[in-house]
Design a protein around this ligand. Structure first.
Ligand SMILES: Cc1cc2nc3c(=O)[nH]c(=O)nc-3n(C[C@H](O)[C@H](O)[C@H](O)COP(=O)(O)O)c2cc1C
Length: 222
């Protein structure tokens, strides 16, 4: 599969066959994460493979507790709302939890997010590798930082980036109550709504607002 095709055809898979994922494939996925780019090549990540049922039970408990906490602030996490959908993570054949360490980041301007960006890029590399290897995954990040770190023995100064749940897709990967095939869950905004030229919200062939450009020149000398 070429990269553009993989990017375009990857979908979230939320239901898996009980079939185990061979260790060689898990290692290939981890390798894809290891080759992600990072600021200053600091490689700020750590990946934790989750296969044992006791660990999955703990992850599921953290996910449920975190969701209940989120319900207080976020209405879309309440009953019947598709946005707060969470599968039972005990059914995930293999999980890879991704963490990143701010101390493994360059001490320059803008460096404070370097570890989050690096960890996220590693996650995306792994998600695409999952797809290329004929597997399917979903990604969850809604877990309380302290709790997910505590159950996996991760030191407090690391940040949880997310959990990839990986396995062989059961059908199109739709669990009961969630139609993964429905474009409403994965369609994208049109490109012209998100991509601009030289200036925020300026479309191809248009000019930035003259008044703003004049003020930029007047007050910032730019
Ligand atoms: C940071 C992040 C958090 C996500 N959290 C959830 C989640 O809690 N539950 C879920 O079912 N899917 C979750 N997803 C998957 C998104 O719902 C999915 O990527 C999005 O709907 C687009 O669909 P697609 O992955 O099939 O293109 C998450 C994805 C990301 C990147």
């Amino acid at each position: 599969m070429d990269v553009l095709e993989a990017i375009r055809s990857r979908r979230s898979v939320r239901k898996w066959l009980p079939q185990p994922v061979p260790d060689e494939l898990v290692e290939q996925i981890l390798e894809a994460g290891r080759w992600a780019p990072s600021a200053g090549n600091f490689q700020p990540w750590a990946f934790i493979v989750i296969k044992e049922s006791q660990t999955k039970e703990r992850v599921q408990k953290v996910a449920e507790d975190s969701k209940n906490l989120s319900r207080i602030w976020a209405p879309y996490f309440r009953e019947g709302q598709s946005r707060g959908y969470i599968v039972d993570l005990r059914n995930v054949p293999v999980g890879i939890a991704i963490f990143a360490n701010q101390r493994h980041a360059p001490p320059h301007t803008g460096g404070e997010f370097g570890h989050i960006i690096g960890g996220s890029l590693a996650a995306m590399n792994m998600w695409l590798a999952v797809h290329e290897l004929g597997l399917g995954a979903c990604y969850w990040s809604h877990m309380s930082q302290d709790h997910i770190k505590a159950i996996l023995g991760v030191p407090h100064h690391w940040d949880f980036i997310g959990l990839l749940g990986i396995g062989y897709a059961d059908g199109d990967g739709s669990p009961e109550g969630y139609d993964t095939a429905n474009p409403k869950y994965w369609e994208r905004k049109p490109l012209e709504d998100v991509a601009f030229y030289e200036w925020f919200k300026v479309k191809k062939g248009e000019q930035p607002p003259a008044e703003s450009v004049a003020l930029l020149s007047q007050f910032l000398g730019l």
